[in-house]
Design a protein around this ligand. Structure first.
Ligand SMILES: Nc1ncnc2c1ncn2[C@@H]1O[C@H](COP(=O)(O)OP(=O)(O)OP(=O)(O)O)[C@@H](O)[C@H]1O
Ligand SMILES: [Mg+2]
Length: 381
């Protein structure tokens, strides 16, 4: 087992496509790390550099303590699962899973030919490992079938089996669930987490889906334009986003952003025109008094003032807004509300009596306000 380290790694394609830009990231031994970010931000490129399928332009990649820049892919002891997990169509599930093992054993096999017992031992060993892996993934009953006789989810599990059976030092997974329907995706997500718990193999998992990142990652690394934006535990990234991009990318529905200023008249206030809220007097936003800031409020930090809420309504934490649209989402509504100058999203408990087209009072959890420097977009806290 081993961790993976990026040391100032840059990948430039052609003349000027900086797919990965000075990436410094340490993935710990046995950790489940998710790389997340919008399309084109460099996730796959980063993963392919760990695998050795792509050479870095600058910097070092370490697996364990070993610099692997010059180590060929097959000697890196990693297993990769892609979105398009091509199974061998003419082989059974059993042979698909056993294939990599046989290939690897083959080298040692010729060397050991003089010991006749070894061929049998190797065959038995492979058989045991294939069956163990299949049982773990609940595909033991499918070993005799060919890929075309399987459902999408079953094929996905065969592809995982093929990676797992080798017991590599590191798993690399590139959007491995994106071909599955919603229900199967949630189920396989849970299976992967369980699998990681029981095998404890260092895993780097790539997705553009922030829900997947939040639910699966022990830590998540958010990327944009080849640049690492923040790497931390999901709760930290959610509660203390480093900048406006991360704040808007993580969380659904997305955080509301309001252009505002910091006012200092007796007390400290973040003033977005028809909504204003007090800030603690020692808030570092004080240094930005008079300058433009962006106020961030998550939809789930806004409540219907007429309900029993975790935060009591006061003069200072409430505002009035008209309800434009109410979208039922099961236990809650996504409410599109308008303060006069700002359109906001609010996640409101379905016990609400608010109605489309009518004004209502809303409460904000002042402890969950986010302030960003409008110029640098960096969080002020
Ligand atoms: N072989 C290549 N030649 C030139 N440019 C490339 C190559 N591979 C990737 N790129 C560019 O590098 C950037 C990062 O690509 P990458 O595939 O790593 O993104 P990604 O985060 O995996 O995106 P997605 O979520 O769409 O899979 C993109 O701008 C892409 O166009
Ligand atoms: Mg990709």
């Amino acid at each position: 087992m081993a961790g993976v380290t990026f040391k100032s790694v840059t990948k430039i394609f052609g003349k000027d496509v900086r797919a990965v830009d000075n990436l410094n990231l340490e993935i710990r031994d046995r950790e489940f790390m998710v790389l997340v970010g919008p399309s084109g931000c460099g996730k796959t490129t980063a993963l392919r550099m760990i695998a050795g399928l792509e050479e870095s332009t600058e910097g070092d990649i370490l697996i364990g303590d070993k610099r692997v820049n010059d180590v060929p892919p097959k000697d890196r002891d990693i297993a990769m699962v892609f979105q398009n997990y091509a199974l061998y169509p003419h082989m059974t599930v059993y042979d698909n899973i056993a294939f990599g093992l046989r290939l690897r054993e083959l080298k040692g096999f010729f060397w050991q030919m003089s010991h006749l017992g070894d061929a049998k031992r190797i065959k038995e060993d492979i058989d045991r490992r294939v069956k163990e892996t299949a049982a773990m993934l609940d595909i033991g009953h499918l070993l005799g079938r060919r890929p075309k006789e399987l459902s999408g989810g079953q094929r996905q599990r065969v592809a995982l089996g093929r990676a797992i059976v080798r017991k590599p030092k590191v798993f690399l997974m590139d959007e491995p669930l994106s071909n599955l329907d919603a229900k199967l995706r949630i189920q396989t997500r849970a299976e992967l987490i369980r699998l990681h718990r029981s095998l404890g193999i260092t895993t780097v998992y790539v997705t553009h889906d922030q829900v997947e990142a939040m639910t699966m990652g022990q830590r998540i690394a958010v990327m944009k334009d080849g640049l690492l934006q923040q790497c931390d535990q999901p709760e930290v990234v959610y509660n203390r986003p480093a900048n406006k991009f991360v704040a808007g990318f993580i969380g659904a529905p997305p955080m509301n952003f309001l252009e505002a200023t910091i006012a200092l008249n007796g007390s400290l206030i973040v003033d977005a025109g028809d909504v204003k809220f007090p800030l603690p007097s020692d808030h570092p936003a004080k240094a930005l008094a008079g300058k433009p800031v962006t106020l961030g409020i998550r939809p789930e930090a806004i409540f219907d003032a007429n309900l029993n809420n975790p935060v009591a309504a006061t003069e200072q934490n409430t505002f009035e807004a008209k309800v434009d649209v109410l979208e039922p989402m099961g236990p809650e509504y996504t409410a599109y509300i308008n303060t006069g100058t700002h359109d906001l999203l609010a996640t409101i408990d379905s016990g609400t009596k608010i109605e489309e087209g009518k004004p209502n009072r809303f409460v904000v959890n002042l402890d969950a306000l986010h302030i960003f420097d409008s110029e640098s977009e960096v969080a002020v806290r």
